[in-house]
Write a protein of this length. Structure first.
Length: 544
Protein backbone atom coordinates (compact mmCIF):
# COMPACT_ATOMS: atom_id res chain seq x y z
CA UNK A 1 0.00 0.00 0.00
CA UNK A 2 1.19 3.49 -0.85
CA UNK A 3 1.41 5.52 2.34
CA UNK A 4 0.35 9.12 2.83
CA UNK A 5 -3.08 8.85 1.28
CA UNK A 6 -6.48 8.61 2.92
CA UNK A 7 -8.45 5.47 2.04
CA UNK A 8 -12.24 5.25 2.28
CA UNK A 9 -13.50 3.99 5.64
CA UNK A 10 -13.91 0.22 5.58
CA UNK A 11 -17.69 0.43 5.86
CA UNK A 12 -17.93 2.60 2.71
CA UNK A 13 -15.42 0.46 0.82
CA UNK A 14 -17.40 -2.69 1.57
CA UNK A 15 -20.61 -1.04 0.38
CA UNK A 16 -19.02 0.17 -2.88
CA UNK A 17 -17.76 -3.35 -3.54
CA UNK A 18 -21.03 -5.04 -2.61
CA UNK A 19 -23.00 -2.67 -4.85
CA UNK A 20 -20.69 -3.31 -7.79
CA UNK A 21 -19.12 0.13 -8.13
CA UNK A 22 -15.70 -1.28 -7.33
CA UNK A 23 -14.94 -4.38 -9.35
CA UNK A 24 -11.58 -5.25 -7.82
CA UNK A 25 -9.63 -5.18 -11.09
CA UNK A 26 -6.45 -3.25 -11.89
CA UNK A 27 -6.96 -0.24 -14.19
CA UNK A 28 -4.61 -1.52 -16.91
CA UNK A 29 -6.95 -4.50 -17.49
CA UNK A 30 -9.14 -2.34 -19.67
CA UNK A 31 -6.44 -2.37 -22.33
CA UNK A 32 -5.55 -6.05 -21.83
CA UNK A 33 -9.21 -7.14 -22.14
CA UNK A 34 -9.62 -5.41 -25.50
CA UNK A 35 -6.29 -6.68 -26.77
CA UNK A 36 -7.63 -10.17 -26.08
CA UNK A 37 -11.08 -9.70 -27.63
CA UNK A 38 -10.33 -7.22 -30.48
CA UNK A 39 -6.57 -7.45 -31.10
CA UNK A 40 -6.70 -6.11 -34.67
CA UNK A 41 -8.95 -3.11 -34.08
CA UNK A 42 -7.29 0.30 -34.26
CA UNK A 43 -6.90 1.61 -30.71
CA UNK A 44 -4.83 4.74 -31.29
CA UNK A 45 -4.09 7.20 -34.08
CA UNK A 46 -1.72 10.13 -33.67
CA UNK A 47 -1.80 13.56 -35.29
CA UNK A 48 0.49 12.41 -38.08
CA UNK A 49 -1.67 9.41 -38.91
CA UNK A 50 0.44 6.65 -37.32
CA UNK A 51 -1.87 3.88 -36.07
CA UNK A 52 -1.63 1.16 -33.43
CA UNK A 53 -3.98 -1.79 -32.94
CA UNK A 54 -5.06 -2.95 -29.49
CA UNK A 55 -2.59 -5.85 -29.73
CA UNK A 56 0.27 -3.51 -30.64
CA UNK A 57 -0.50 -1.01 -27.90
CA UNK A 58 -0.81 -3.79 -25.34
CA UNK A 59 2.47 -5.36 -26.41
CA UNK A 60 4.28 -2.00 -26.32
CA UNK A 61 3.01 -1.38 -22.79
CA UNK A 62 4.19 -4.85 -21.69
CA UNK A 63 7.66 -4.35 -23.14
CA UNK A 64 8.04 -0.91 -21.63
CA UNK A 65 6.78 -2.14 -18.23
CA UNK A 66 9.47 -4.83 -18.27
CA UNK A 67 12.08 -2.23 -19.26
CA UNK A 68 11.03 0.12 -16.47
CA UNK A 69 11.41 -2.70 -13.93
CA UNK A 70 14.85 -3.50 -15.32
CA UNK A 71 15.77 0.16 -14.94
CA UNK A 72 14.92 -0.12 -11.27
CA UNK A 73 11.45 1.42 -11.16
CA UNK A 74 9.71 -0.63 -8.48
CA UNK A 75 6.12 -1.14 -7.38
CA UNK A 76 4.84 1.95 -5.57
CA UNK A 77 7.44 4.30 -7.10
CA UNK A 78 6.01 7.62 -8.23
CA UNK A 79 6.89 8.81 -11.74
CA UNK A 80 6.08 12.37 -12.78
CA UNK A 81 4.72 12.31 -16.33
CA UNK A 82 4.78 15.44 -18.46
CA UNK A 83 4.05 14.37 -22.01
CA UNK A 84 1.98 16.01 -24.73
CA UNK A 85 -0.76 14.28 -26.74
CA UNK A 86 1.37 11.54 -28.29
CA UNK A 87 1.44 7.73 -28.31
CA UNK A 88 4.35 7.96 -25.84
CA UNK A 89 1.92 9.15 -23.16
CA UNK A 90 -0.50 6.28 -23.72
CA UNK A 91 2.18 3.59 -23.74
CA UNK A 92 3.95 4.98 -20.67
CA UNK A 93 0.69 5.36 -18.73
CA UNK A 94 -0.14 1.65 -19.13
CA UNK A 95 3.51 0.58 -18.74
CA UNK A 96 3.72 2.35 -15.38
CA UNK A 97 0.49 0.77 -14.18
CA UNK A 98 1.78 -2.65 -15.17
CA UNK A 99 5.12 -2.04 -13.47
CA UNK A 100 3.12 -1.17 -10.36
CA UNK A 101 4.46 2.41 -10.42
CA UNK A 102 2.20 5.42 -9.92
CA UNK A 103 2.03 8.01 -12.72
CA UNK A 104 1.83 11.59 -11.41
CA UNK A 105 0.18 13.52 -14.21
CA UNK A 106 1.27 17.09 -14.96
CA UNK A 107 0.45 19.39 -17.86
CA UNK A 108 2.90 20.21 -20.68
CA UNK A 109 2.49 23.87 -19.69
CA UNK A 110 3.93 23.33 -16.21
CA UNK A 111 7.39 24.68 -15.49
CA UNK A 112 10.05 24.44 -12.82
CA UNK A 113 8.00 25.95 -10.02
CA UNK A 114 5.19 23.42 -10.47
CA UNK A 115 7.29 20.38 -11.39
CA UNK A 116 9.74 20.76 -8.51
CA UNK A 117 6.87 21.02 -6.05
CA UNK A 118 5.07 18.02 -7.53
CA UNK A 119 8.20 15.85 -7.73
CA UNK A 120 9.13 16.79 -4.18
CA UNK A 121 5.68 16.12 -2.73
CA UNK A 122 5.40 12.83 -4.57
CA UNK A 123 8.94 11.81 -3.66
CA UNK A 124 9.28 10.95 -7.35
CA UNK A 125 11.77 8.37 -8.58
CA UNK A 126 11.60 9.43 -12.21
CA UNK A 127 10.38 12.14 -14.55
CA UNK A 128 9.14 11.59 -18.12
CA UNK A 129 9.25 14.47 -20.61
CA UNK A 130 9.29 15.20 -24.33
CA UNK A 131 12.61 16.48 -25.71
CA UNK A 132 11.03 19.71 -26.88
CA UNK A 133 7.42 20.77 -27.10
CA UNK A 134 5.83 24.03 -28.17
CA UNK A 135 9.25 25.69 -28.66
CA UNK A 136 10.38 24.73 -25.16
CA UNK A 137 13.23 22.38 -24.24
CA UNK A 138 11.93 20.14 -21.47
CA UNK A 139 15.40 18.64 -20.90
CA UNK A 140 16.50 22.00 -19.45
CA UNK A 141 13.53 21.81 -17.12
CA UNK A 142 14.42 18.23 -16.18
CA UNK A 143 17.95 19.29 -15.23
CA UNK A 144 16.54 21.88 -12.83
CA UNK A 145 14.09 19.36 -11.34
CA UNK A 146 16.83 16.78 -10.79
CA UNK A 147 19.03 19.34 -9.10
CA UNK A 148 16.24 20.42 -6.76
CA UNK A 149 14.76 16.97 -6.08
CA UNK A 150 17.47 14.34 -5.54
CA UNK A 151 14.95 11.46 -5.36
CA UNK A 152 14.46 11.88 -9.14
CA UNK A 153 17.01 9.33 -10.35
CA UNK A 154 15.80 8.82 -13.90
CA UNK A 155 14.73 11.21 -16.60
CA UNK A 156 12.91 9.43 -19.43
CA UNK A 157 12.71 11.35 -22.68
CA UNK A 158 10.37 10.90 -25.63
CA UNK A 159 12.66 11.87 -28.53
CA UNK A 160 16.26 13.06 -28.34
CA UNK A 161 17.33 12.12 -24.80
CA UNK A 162 20.63 14.08 -24.58
CA UNK A 163 22.33 12.75 -21.38
CA UNK A 164 19.07 11.12 -20.19
CA UNK A 165 17.31 7.81 -20.93
CA UNK A 166 15.40 7.53 -24.22
CA UNK A 167 11.91 6.14 -23.60
CA UNK A 168 12.18 4.25 -26.88
CA UNK A 169 15.17 2.37 -25.57
CA UNK A 170 13.60 1.30 -22.28
CA UNK A 171 11.94 -1.80 -23.74
CA UNK A 172 12.74 -5.31 -22.56
CA UNK A 173 11.25 -8.75 -23.12
CA UNK A 174 7.99 -8.98 -21.18
CA UNK A 175 8.25 -10.55 -17.75
CA UNK A 176 5.49 -11.67 -15.42
CA UNK A 177 4.75 -8.79 -13.05
CA UNK A 178 2.90 -8.81 -9.75
CA UNK A 179 -0.73 -7.69 -9.98
CA UNK A 180 -1.37 -4.47 -8.02
CA UNK A 181 -3.98 -4.35 -5.27
CA UNK A 182 -7.05 -2.73 -6.92
CA UNK A 183 -7.84 -0.83 -3.74
CA UNK A 184 -4.44 0.87 -3.87
CA UNK A 185 -3.56 4.16 -5.60
CA UNK A 186 -3.22 3.81 -9.38
CA UNK A 187 -2.54 7.40 -10.36
CA UNK A 188 -1.96 10.81 -8.78
CA UNK A 189 -3.75 13.73 -10.47
CA UNK A 190 -3.06 17.42 -9.93
CA UNK A 191 -5.61 19.67 -8.25
CA UNK A 192 -6.31 23.17 -9.51
CA UNK A 193 -5.25 24.36 -6.08
CA UNK A 194 -6.64 26.99 -3.76
CA UNK A 195 -3.62 27.29 -1.49
CA UNK A 196 0.09 27.99 -1.94
CA UNK A 197 0.88 24.99 -4.12
CA UNK A 198 -1.04 22.40 -6.15
CA UNK A 199 -2.14 19.28 -4.29
CA UNK A 200 -1.93 15.67 -5.43
CA UNK A 201 -5.11 13.65 -5.78
CA UNK A 202 -4.87 9.89 -5.21
CA UNK A 203 -7.14 7.84 -7.48
CA UNK A 204 -7.32 4.10 -6.89
CA UNK A 205 -7.66 1.36 -9.52
CA UNK A 206 -11.17 0.63 -8.26
CA UNK A 207 -12.35 4.22 -8.15
CA UNK A 208 -10.82 5.39 -11.42
CA UNK A 209 -11.98 2.29 -13.31
CA UNK A 210 -15.50 3.01 -12.07
CA UNK A 211 -15.12 6.68 -13.08
CA UNK A 212 -14.23 5.56 -16.62
CA UNK A 213 -16.81 2.76 -16.90
CA UNK A 214 -19.80 4.77 -15.64
CA UNK A 215 -18.78 7.79 -17.77
CA UNK A 216 -18.56 5.64 -20.90
CA UNK A 217 -22.03 4.25 -20.24
CA UNK A 218 -23.63 7.67 -19.65
CA UNK A 219 -21.97 9.16 -22.74
CA UNK A 220 -23.03 6.25 -24.96
CA UNK A 221 -19.48 5.20 -25.89
CA UNK A 222 -19.20 1.93 -27.84
CA UNK A 223 -16.90 0.26 -30.37
CA UNK A 224 -18.01 2.75 -33.04
CA UNK A 225 -16.74 5.65 -30.93
CA UNK A 226 -13.86 7.65 -32.39
CA UNK A 227 -12.71 10.04 -29.64
CA UNK A 228 -10.51 13.05 -30.37
CA UNK A 229 -8.18 14.07 -27.53
CA UNK A 230 -8.05 17.84 -27.77
CA UNK A 231 -7.30 18.85 -24.17
CA UNK A 232 -4.05 17.61 -22.63
CA UNK A 233 -4.21 13.81 -22.18
CA UNK A 234 -3.06 14.30 -18.60
CA UNK A 235 -6.23 16.22 -17.74
CA UNK A 236 -8.88 14.11 -16.02
CA UNK A 237 -11.56 15.30 -18.47
CA UNK A 238 -9.70 14.08 -21.58
CA UNK A 239 -8.25 11.04 -19.85
CA UNK A 240 -11.17 9.48 -18.03
CA UNK A 241 -14.48 11.34 -18.47
CA UNK A 242 -14.85 9.05 -20.47
CA UNK A 243 -11.99 10.32 -22.61
CA UNK A 244 -9.10 8.24 -23.80
CA UNK A 245 -9.54 5.48 -21.20
CA UNK A 246 -13.31 5.27 -21.73
CA UNK A 247 -12.78 4.84 -25.46
CA UNK A 248 -10.23 2.05 -25.01
CA UNK A 249 -12.51 0.35 -22.46
CA UNK A 250 -15.26 -0.10 -25.08
CA UNK A 251 -12.98 -0.89 -28.03
CA UNK A 252 -13.31 2.43 -29.85
CA UNK A 253 -10.54 4.44 -31.47
CA UNK A 254 -8.61 7.29 -29.81
CA UNK A 255 -7.26 10.05 -32.04
CA UNK A 256 -4.66 12.46 -30.62
CA UNK A 257 -4.76 16.10 -31.66
CA UNK A 258 -1.49 17.96 -31.07
CA UNK A 259 -3.38 21.21 -30.33
CA UNK A 260 -7.00 22.34 -29.88
CA UNK A 261 -6.80 24.76 -32.82
CA UNK A 262 -9.64 24.46 -35.34
CA UNK A 263 -7.05 23.85 -38.08
CA UNK A 264 -5.64 20.75 -36.35
CA UNK A 265 -8.80 19.46 -34.72
CA UNK A 266 -11.16 19.95 -37.68
CA UNK A 267 -8.71 18.29 -40.08
CA UNK A 268 -8.53 15.26 -37.76
CA UNK A 269 -12.30 15.11 -37.28
CA UNK A 270 -12.67 14.96 -41.06
CA UNK A 271 -9.78 12.55 -41.71
CA UNK A 272 -10.60 10.06 -38.92
CA UNK A 273 -14.41 10.49 -38.89
CA UNK A 274 -14.30 11.51 -35.23
CA UNK A 275 -17.61 11.03 -33.36
CA UNK A 276 -16.96 12.71 -30.01
CA UNK A 277 -14.57 15.11 -28.32
CA UNK A 278 -14.26 17.21 -25.15
CA UNK A 279 -13.27 20.87 -24.89
CA UNK A 280 -13.28 23.81 -22.46
CA UNK A 281 -15.65 26.74 -23.18
CA UNK A 282 -13.09 29.07 -24.86
CA UNK A 283 -12.30 26.33 -27.38
CA UNK A 284 -16.01 25.69 -27.95
CA UNK A 285 -16.43 29.42 -28.68
CA UNK A 286 -13.45 29.39 -31.03
CA UNK A 287 -14.84 26.38 -32.92
CA UNK A 288 -18.30 27.99 -33.16
CA UNK A 289 -16.65 30.90 -34.98
CA UNK A 290 -14.26 28.75 -36.99
CA UNK A 291 -17.01 26.68 -38.66
CA UNK A 292 -17.89 29.86 -40.50
CA UNK A 293 -14.59 29.89 -42.40
CA UNK A 294 -13.05 26.42 -42.04
CA UNK A 295 -14.13 24.10 -44.84
CA UNK A 296 -13.71 20.78 -43.01
CA UNK A 297 -16.42 18.12 -43.03
CA UNK A 298 -17.55 17.70 -39.43
CA UNK A 299 -20.57 15.52 -40.22
CA UNK A 300 -19.21 12.52 -38.31
CA UNK A 301 -19.32 14.44 -35.00
CA UNK A 302 -22.14 13.21 -32.77
CA UNK A 303 -21.29 14.72 -29.39
CA UNK A 304 -19.35 17.70 -28.07
CA UNK A 305 -18.62 17.61 -24.34
CA UNK A 306 -17.94 21.01 -22.79
CA UNK A 307 -16.69 21.55 -19.24
CA UNK A 308 -13.89 22.81 -17.03
CA UNK A 309 -15.51 26.21 -16.60
CA UNK A 310 -19.03 27.48 -17.10
CA UNK A 311 -20.48 27.52 -20.59
CA UNK A 312 -23.02 30.31 -21.06
CA UNK A 313 -26.56 29.35 -22.09
CA UNK A 314 -26.27 31.42 -25.28
CA UNK A 315 -23.20 29.70 -26.77
CA UNK A 316 -24.58 26.40 -25.45
CA UNK A 317 -27.66 26.82 -27.62
CA UNK A 318 -25.50 27.55 -30.68
CA UNK A 319 -23.49 24.30 -30.51
CA UNK A 320 -25.96 21.94 -32.19
CA UNK A 321 -26.98 24.22 -35.07
CA UNK A 322 -23.38 25.26 -35.82
CA UNK A 323 -21.54 21.95 -35.39
CA UNK A 324 -24.36 19.55 -36.20
CA UNK A 325 -23.83 17.47 -33.06
CA UNK A 326 -25.32 17.16 -29.59
CA UNK A 327 -23.93 19.13 -26.65
CA UNK A 328 -23.15 17.67 -23.25
CA UNK A 329 -22.22 19.91 -20.33
CA UNK A 330 -19.74 18.40 -17.90
CA UNK A 331 -19.06 19.83 -14.46
CA UNK A 332 -16.26 17.74 -13.07
CA UNK A 333 -13.18 17.85 -10.89
CA UNK A 334 -9.98 15.86 -10.68
CA UNK A 335 -10.95 15.18 -7.05
CA UNK A 336 -13.76 12.94 -8.30
CA UNK A 337 -17.40 14.01 -8.64
CA UNK A 338 -18.61 14.26 -12.23
CA UNK A 339 -21.86 15.84 -13.36
CA UNK A 340 -23.13 15.23 -16.87
CA UNK A 341 -26.18 16.42 -18.74
CA UNK A 342 -27.68 13.23 -20.15
CA UNK A 343 -27.95 12.46 -23.86
CA UNK A 344 -31.77 12.35 -23.56
CA UNK A 345 -32.15 15.48 -21.41
CA UNK A 346 -34.44 18.18 -22.85
CA UNK A 347 -32.52 20.97 -24.64
CA UNK A 348 -33.45 23.44 -21.89
CA UNK A 349 -31.56 21.46 -19.27
CA UNK A 350 -28.59 20.88 -21.57
CA UNK A 351 -28.26 24.60 -22.29
CA UNK A 352 -28.93 25.92 -18.79
CA UNK A 353 -27.42 23.40 -16.35
CA UNK A 354 -24.05 21.79 -15.72
CA UNK A 355 -25.54 18.30 -15.47
CA UNK A 356 -26.32 15.96 -12.59
CA UNK A 357 -24.12 13.55 -10.65
CA UNK A 358 -22.87 10.53 -12.57
CA UNK A 359 -23.42 7.91 -9.88
CA UNK A 360 -26.46 6.89 -7.83
CA UNK A 361 -23.94 6.60 -4.99
CA UNK A 362 -22.79 10.25 -5.24
CA UNK A 363 -23.87 12.06 -2.09
CA UNK A 364 -24.45 15.78 -2.47
CA UNK A 365 -25.00 18.52 0.08
CA UNK A 366 -25.41 22.25 -0.54
CA UNK A 367 -24.52 24.27 2.54
CA UNK A 368 -24.32 27.87 3.78
CA UNK A 369 -21.29 29.53 5.35
CA UNK A 370 -21.99 27.82 8.66
CA UNK A 371 -22.16 24.39 7.10
CA UNK A 372 -25.96 24.10 7.35
CA UNK A 373 -27.96 22.70 4.45
CA UNK A 374 -29.65 25.48 2.45
CA UNK A 375 -33.35 25.16 1.50
CA UNK A 376 -33.99 23.20 -1.73
CA UNK A 377 -33.13 25.29 -4.78
CA UNK A 378 -31.08 27.87 -2.86
CA UNK A 379 -27.43 28.54 -3.68
CA UNK A 380 -24.67 27.29 -1.41
CA UNK A 381 -21.35 25.47 -1.40
CA UNK A 382 -21.36 21.99 -2.90
CA UNK A 383 -20.08 19.20 -0.65
CA UNK A 384 -19.78 15.66 -1.95
CA UNK A 385 -18.62 12.14 -1.19
CA UNK A 386 -18.98 8.92 -3.12
CA UNK A 387 -17.28 5.92 -4.70
CA UNK A 388 -14.88 7.95 -6.86
CA UNK A 389 -14.37 11.13 -4.80
CA UNK A 390 -11.17 11.34 -2.75
CA UNK A 391 -11.17 11.32 1.05
CA UNK A 392 -7.93 13.29 1.31
CA UNK A 393 -5.10 14.79 -0.74
CA UNK A 394 -1.78 12.98 -0.84
CA UNK A 395 0.56 13.92 2.01
CA UNK A 396 -1.43 17.00 3.01
CA UNK A 397 -2.91 16.44 6.49
CA UNK A 398 -3.25 20.13 7.40
CA UNK A 399 -4.95 20.98 4.13
CA UNK A 400 -7.17 17.90 4.45
CA UNK A 401 -8.45 19.09 7.81
CA UNK A 402 -9.90 22.14 6.05
CA UNK A 403 -10.99 20.56 2.76
CA UNK A 404 -13.13 17.75 4.19
CA UNK A 405 -15.91 17.55 6.74
CA UNK A 406 -15.52 15.20 9.67
CA UNK A 407 -17.79 12.71 7.93
CA UNK A 408 -15.72 12.69 4.75
CA UNK A 409 -17.45 15.14 2.44
CA UNK A 410 -15.12 17.02 0.09
CA UNK A 411 -15.67 20.80 0.11
CA UNK A 412 -15.64 21.62 -3.61
CA UNK A 413 -15.54 25.41 -3.17
CA UNK A 414 -18.15 25.63 -5.93
CA UNK A 415 -21.39 27.54 -5.36
CA UNK A 416 -24.33 25.69 -6.91
CA UNK A 417 -28.08 25.33 -6.76
CA UNK A 418 -29.92 22.09 -7.41
CA UNK A 419 -33.01 21.95 -9.62
CA UNK A 420 -35.92 19.59 -8.82
CA UNK A 421 -34.60 17.31 -11.61
CA UNK A 422 -31.35 16.94 -9.68
CA UNK A 423 -29.40 19.02 -12.21
CA UNK A 424 -26.84 21.48 -10.85
CA UNK A 425 -26.35 25.06 -11.90
CA UNK A 426 -22.91 26.46 -11.06
CA UNK A 427 -23.44 29.98 -9.70
CA UNK A 428 -19.96 30.92 -8.62
CA UNK A 429 -17.11 30.04 -6.35
CA UNK A 430 -16.28 30.15 -2.66
CA UNK A 431 -12.62 29.31 -3.26
CA UNK A 432 -9.71 31.66 -3.82
CA UNK A 433 -9.01 30.49 -7.33
CA UNK A 434 -9.28 31.96 -10.82
CA UNK A 435 -10.80 29.75 -13.52
CA UNK A 436 -9.21 31.08 -16.67
CA UNK A 437 -11.15 29.28 -19.36
CA UNK A 438 -10.72 25.95 -17.57
CA UNK A 439 -7.14 26.54 -16.41
CA UNK A 440 -7.16 26.84 -12.63
CA UNK A 441 -4.95 29.42 -10.91
CA UNK A 442 -4.58 29.50 -7.13
CA UNK A 443 -4.61 33.15 -6.07
CA UNK A 444 -2.41 32.39 -3.07
CA UNK A 445 0.20 30.57 -5.14
CA UNK A 446 0.48 33.50 -7.55
CA UNK A 447 0.47 36.07 -4.73
CA UNK A 448 3.40 34.28 -3.08
CA UNK A 449 5.38 34.56 -6.32
CA UNK A 450 4.46 38.24 -6.67
CA UNK A 451 5.53 38.96 -3.07
CA UNK A 452 9.01 37.74 -3.97
CA UNK A 453 9.44 40.74 -6.28
CA UNK A 454 11.64 43.38 -4.59
CA UNK A 455 9.35 46.27 -5.55
CA UNK A 456 6.16 44.59 -4.33
CA UNK A 457 4.99 45.17 -0.77
CA UNK A 458 1.66 43.37 -1.00
CA UNK A 459 -0.29 41.54 -3.70
CA UNK A 460 -3.85 40.34 -4.24
CA UNK A 461 -4.94 38.31 -7.25
CA UNK A 462 -8.56 38.41 -8.40
CA UNK A 463 -10.51 37.26 -11.43
CA UNK A 464 -11.87 39.81 -13.91
CA UNK A 465 -14.73 39.04 -16.30
CA UNK A 466 -13.77 38.14 -19.87
CA UNK A 467 -16.07 37.39 -22.77
CA UNK A 468 -14.03 34.46 -24.13
CA UNK A 469 -12.20 33.03 -21.14
CA UNK A 470 -14.96 33.54 -18.58
CA UNK A 471 -12.37 35.27 -16.45
CA UNK A 472 -8.80 36.44 -16.63
CA UNK A 473 -6.30 37.24 -13.91
CA UNK A 474 -5.79 40.68 -12.42
CA UNK A 475 -2.95 41.27 -9.94
CA UNK A 476 -3.43 44.22 -7.56
CA UNK A 477 -0.11 45.43 -6.17
CA UNK A 478 0.92 47.75 -3.37
CA UNK A 479 4.45 48.95 -4.20
CA UNK A 480 7.23 48.77 -1.64
CA UNK A 481 7.97 52.30 -0.34
CA UNK A 482 9.05 54.65 -3.10
CA UNK A 483 9.93 51.77 -5.42
CA UNK A 484 8.61 51.93 -8.96
CA UNK A 485 6.06 49.10 -9.26
CA UNK A 486 6.75 46.56 -12.01
CA UNK A 487 4.74 46.73 -15.22
CA UNK A 488 2.78 43.75 -16.44
CA UNK A 489 5.59 42.86 -18.87
CA UNK A 490 8.27 43.11 -16.20
CA UNK A 491 6.21 40.90 -13.91
CA UNK A 492 5.70 38.34 -16.65
CA UNK A 493 9.47 38.14 -17.17
CA UNK A 494 10.04 37.92 -13.41
CA UNK A 495 7.50 35.11 -12.95
CA UNK A 496 8.75 33.22 -16.00
CA UNK A 497 12.26 33.34 -14.60
CA UNK A 498 10.86 31.85 -11.37
CA UNK A 499 9.54 28.92 -13.40
CA UNK A 500 5.85 29.76 -13.26
CA UNK A 501 3.62 28.28 -16.00
CA UNK A 502 2.61 30.83 -18.65
CA UNK A 503 -1.14 30.42 -18.09
CA UNK A 504 -0.68 31.76 -14.55
CA UNK A 505 0.90 35.09 -15.60
CA UNK A 506 -1.39 38.02 -14.68
CA UNK A 507 -3.36 39.38 -17.64
CA UNK A 508 -3.46 42.78 -16.00
CA UNK A 509 -1.67 44.62 -13.22
CA UNK A 510 -3.26 47.38 -11.11
CA UNK A 511 -1.33 49.43 -8.61
CA UNK A 512 -2.93 50.81 -5.46
CA UNK A 513 -1.68 52.52 -2.26
CA UNK A 514 -3.70 50.43 0.12
CA UNK A 515 -5.99 47.42 -0.08
CA UNK A 516 -9.62 47.53 0.98
CA UNK A 517 -10.10 45.37 4.10
CA UNK A 518 -12.98 43.33 5.46
CA UNK A 519 -14.22 43.85 9.01
CA UNK A 520 -11.79 41.17 10.22
CA UNK A 521 -8.88 42.86 8.45
CA UNK A 522 -8.49 40.48 5.47
CA UNK A 523 -7.93 41.90 2.00
CA UNK A 524 -11.42 42.48 0.58
CA UNK A 525 -11.11 40.60 -2.71
CA UNK A 526 -14.80 41.00 -3.49
CA UNK A 527 -14.29 44.75 -3.46
CA UNK A 528 -11.19 44.45 -5.67
CA UNK A 529 -13.23 42.28 -8.04
CA UNK A 530 -15.95 44.96 -8.16
CA UNK A 531 -13.33 47.65 -8.81
CA UNK A 532 -11.71 45.89 -11.74
CA UNK A 533 -15.12 45.00 -13.19
CA UNK A 534 -16.20 48.64 -12.97
CA UNK A 535 -12.94 49.75 -14.54
CA UNK A 536 -13.40 47.32 -17.44
CA UNK A 537 -16.92 48.61 -17.99
CA UNK A 538 -15.66 52.19 -17.96
CA UNK A 539 -13.04 51.23 -20.54
CA UNK A 540 -15.76 49.62 -22.65
CA UNK A 541 -14.28 46.13 -22.66
CA UNK A 542 -14.56 43.07 -20.46
CA UNK A 543 -17.74 41.12 -19.80
CA UNK A 544 -18.99 42.11 -23.24
C1 LIG B 1 -12.21 19.89 -14.38
O1 LIG B 1 -11.40 19.50 -13.34
P1 LIG B 1 -10.40 20.44 -12.54
O2 LIG B 1 -9.91 19.60 -11.43
O3 LIG B 1 -9.43 21.07 -13.47
O4 LIG B 1 -11.28 21.65 -11.96
C2 LIG B 1 -12.40 21.44 -11.15
C3 LIG B 1 -13.15 22.73 -10.96
C4 LIG B 1 -14.51 22.58 -10.32
O5 LIG B 1 -14.44 22.47 -8.93
C5 LIG B 1 -15.18 23.86 -10.78
O6 LIG B 1 -14.74 24.93 -10.01
C6 LIG B 1 -14.66 24.04 -12.18
O7 LIG B 1 -13.41 23.35 -12.22
N1 LIG B 1 -15.53 23.47 -13.22
C7 LIG B 1 -16.66 24.07 -13.70
C8 LIG B 1 -17.16 23.21 -14.69
N2 LIG B 1 -16.34 22.13 -14.79
C9 LIG B 1 -15.36 22.32 -13.88
N3 LIG B 1 -17.27 25.22 -13.36
C10 LIG B 1 -18.41 25.54 -14.04
N4 LIG B 1 -18.94 24.77 -15.01
C11 LIG B 1 -18.38 23.60 -15.37
N5 LIG B 1 -18.93 22.84 -16.33
O8 LIG B 1 -12.32 21.04 -14.72
C12 LIG B 1 -12.97 18.79 -15.02
C13 LIG B 1 -12.73 17.47 -14.68
C14 LIG B 1 -13.43 16.45 -15.29
C15 LIG B 1 -14.38 16.75 -16.25
C16 LIG B 1 -14.61 18.06 -16.60
C17 LIG B 1 -13.92 19.10 -15.99
Amino acid sequence: MLDGWVPWPEEAAQRYRAEGFWEGRPLDRLLRDRAETDPERVALVDGEGARWTYAELDARADRQAAGLRRLGIAAGDRVVVQLPNTDAFVVLFFALLRAGAVPVLTLPAHRESELVHVAETAGARALAIPDTHDHFDHRTLARAVRKAVPSVEHVLVAGDAAEFTALDGVDADPVPLPVPDPSDVAVLLLSGGTTGKPKLIPRTHDDYAYNVRASARICGFDSSTVYLVVLPTAHNFALACPGLLGTLLVGGTVVLSPTPSPEDAFALIERERVTVTAVVPPIALLWLDAVEWEEADLSSLRLLQVGGSKLGAEPASRVSPALGCALQQVFGMAEGLLNYTRLDDPPELVAHTQGRPMSPADEIRVVDENGHDVPPGATGELLTRGPYTLRGYYRAPAHNARSFTDDGYYRTGDLVRVLPSGHLVVEGRAKDQINRGGDKISAEELENHLLAHPAVHDAAVVGMPDATMGERTCAYLVPRGPAVPPTQRELAAFLTARGVAAYKLPDRVEVTDVFPRTSVGKIDKKELGRRITALLHAEGSGAG
